[in-house]
Design a protein around this ligand. Structure first.
Ligand SMILES: Nc1ncnc2c1ncn2[C@@H]1O[C@H](COP(=O)(O)OP(=O)(O)OP(=O)(O)O)[C@@H](O)[C@H]1O
Ligand SMILES: [Mg+2]
Length: 279
């Protein structure tokens, strides 16, 4: 069981779109994945990707309060993202925002999913914009925390306080980094590794800048067979591979943590490096 919290700073860099892309790209041989929309500012997946059709389920509250019937509650409340039934979306309303009373037991309840059968579970939680002071509670509740940012100077500046909160929250005894940076649209204009270095967080990976595919996930735009082959979904598949490696430390040599934030180079030198991403 791995619980992965996905968060952002201000500026809507694409945390929700990223969370859904990761859930949809989750390898079928890697157990079940449950995406939980826990953004206290609004359940965007219900009105966006699902276009209001969230189904008859009682919602996330039923999962959090389920007793012996946890798996039934999940299947009764979550929406299947595909025909396999092993990629699920719990679109809220959620007791899961980390600063809400009752969030800690709700997250603990999710951890019990692994004991409900032979299947292993990964839970992805979109917690929205990182609330002030929530870094420690997030790291206590989740195994991994992923901060999503764009690669512009404005996006990096907006992410800096959230990155500092997460850096400060890393437990001293932690043998490997538990909070990571994911860049949406690298080289627009800054390279992802430079953004990560500037924010002082280890780089998980980057998702391609792909407005057409992103609109399918964020706004329920029509998709066809082309969707799975888009740059966005191919880059999401690469990131899921990295997340799986991180979830099993025996499988993966972890990148060293870069503790010190370094300034970004001038935008002129970054602009010289612009390339087409994900093509
Ligand atoms: N990889 C991407 N390529 C192009 N556009 C993207 C990408 N990811 C997200 N977007 C677009 O960015 C906008 C915001 O996305 P999203 O709602 O996922 O952001 P967010 O960080 O969750 O925002 P909020 O803080 O409001 O919850 C949407 O229009 C979405 O289509
Ligand atoms: Mg969001």
């Amino acid at each position: 069981m791995t619980v992965i919290a996905v968060c952002s700073a201000k500026g809507a860099p694409g945390a929700t779109t990223t969370s859904l892309a990761l859930a949809l790209a989750w390898p079928l041989n890697a157990g079940s994945v449950l995406l939980v929309d826990a953004d206290p500012a609004g359940a965007d997946l219900a009105s966006g990707y699902l276009q209001g059709a969230t189904g008859p389920g009682a919602g996330a509250g039923a999962v959090a309060s389920a007793r012996s019937d946890l798996l039934d509650a999940v299947h009764g409340s979550a929406v299947a993202l595909d025909a396999t039934g092993s990629r699920l979306l719990l679109a809220g309303p959620a007791p899961f925002p980390p600063t809400r009373p009752g969030a800690a037991p709700a997250w603990s309840r999710l951890r019990e999913l692994d004991s409900t059968g032979e299947e292993s579970w990964t839970v992805l939680v979109d917690v929205g914009r990182l609330p002030a002071g929530a870094g420690a509670s997030l790291l206590a509740a989740a195994d991994l925390v992923v901060l999503v940012t764009g690669s512009s100077l404005r996006a990096v500046a907006a992410a800096r306080p959230a990155a500092a909160v997460l850096r400060a929250a890393e437990p001293a005894h932690s043998s490997s980094p538990r909070r990571w940076l994911l860049v949406v649209g690298e080289r627009r204009p800054y390279p992802a590794d430079e953004v990560a270095s500037s924010l002082g967080l280890p780089l998980l990976g980057s998702l391609a800048w792909d407005p057409r595919a992103a609109a399918v996930l964020s706004d329920g735009a029509p998709a066809g067979r082309w969707f799975a082959r888009t740059a966005l979904m191919r880059s999401a598949a690469a990131v899921t591979g990295r997340l799986r490696d991180l979830a099993d430390p025996l499988l993966s040599p972890l990148s060293p943590l870069k503790p010190d934030a370094t300034p970004l180079r001038s935008s002129a030198s970054a602009a010289n490096q612009r390339t087409v991403v994900g093509s």
